[in-house]
Design a protein around this ligand. Structure first.
Ligand code: KIV
Ligand code: NA
Length: 263
């Protein structure tokens, strides 16, 4: 059965973990679909893993629409979530809607945008017009220049308090899902307990509704140093299908993330 926004809400309510992974093309979409991945994210991480850029900032709407179309063609079951890239939504709710419409027409079922409470009006505008939204908070990679690097967010009590508040405001604005990246596990748990929509974590500990990892990280195909929150599932698998299946099982049974993957 197709995964819809309703499926995700029931899964979260029943404590069934949501397995999400990034995907950028039709062949992997088909493989991830058979392995039981619930949500495929066409992440602007494609700037790094596909294009070899140093950040997500150079990614264009044309690229996002192209890869979204590729993934949507290869998938039957998963919910297709597409990132709004840097510069394509921050200007105004109208700009965000025009960009979201392109991604939905390319096959997305939901769009993801980065930012806290200041994005609430945009979230409301999109939701009222039929675009389900996932709000990405914590370490938001499009802010790398403002953050001065990729750093764990929400470590101080005041930052943690602000992130809890932002999640609440975004959920109230109608966000269907909240994704938290690189925040302390205790904070992600607090956010998950204080909002009624599903939460997805990456480097956010086990106490969230689901997990996401970048496909290339799951398969150990990345240059450079492995981030703390990443697990290479190819280490113990005989095949790519096996590694993706092991990731899905580990998310579902709660064995991933383990304490060594958390902050
Ligand atoms: O672009 C991406 O892959 C993401 C995930 C890391 C959440 O936004
Ligand atoms: Na992203």
């Amino acid at each position: 059965m197709k995964v819809t926004v309703n499926t995700l809400h029931s899964m979260a309510a029943e404590g069934q973990k949501i397995a999400m992974m990034t995907c950028y093309d039709a062949s992997f979409a088909s493989l991830l679909d058979s392995a039981g991945v619930d949500i495929m994210l066409i992440g602007d991480s494609l700037g790094m893993v596909i294009r070899g850029e140093g950040s997500t900032l150079p990614v264009s709407m044309d690229e996002m629409a192209y890869h979204t179309r590729c993934v949507a063609r290869g998938s039957q079951r998963a919910l297709i979530l597409a990132d709004l890239p840097f510069g394509a939504y921050q200007e105004s709710p109208a700009q965000a809607f025009a960009s979201s419409a392109r991604l939905m027409q390319a096959g997305a079922h939901m769009v993801k945008l980065e930012g806290g409470a200041f994005m609430a009006d945009t979230v409301r505008f999109l939701v009222q017009r039929g675009v389900p939204v996932c709000a990405h908070i914590g370490l938001t990679p499009q802010f790398v220049n403002a953050f001065g690097g990729y750093k764990v967010q929400g470590k101080s009590e005041s930052d943690a308090e602000r992130i809890v508040e932002e999640a609440r405001i975004l959920a109230e604005a109608g966000a269907s899902m909240v994704l938290m990246e690189c925040v302390p596990a205790a904070l992600a748990k607090r956010v998950t307990e204080s909002i009624s929509v599903p939460t997805i974590g990456i480097g956010a500990g086990p106490d969230v509704s689901g997990q996401v990892l970048v496909l290339h990280d799951v398969l150990g195909v990345f240059p450079g140093k492995k981030a703390r929150f990443v697990k290479n599932f190819m280490d113990e698998a005989q095949s790519i299908q096996g590694a993706v299946g092991a990731y899905v099982s580990a998310v579902k049974d709660g064995s991933f993330p383990a304490p060594e993957h958390c902050f």
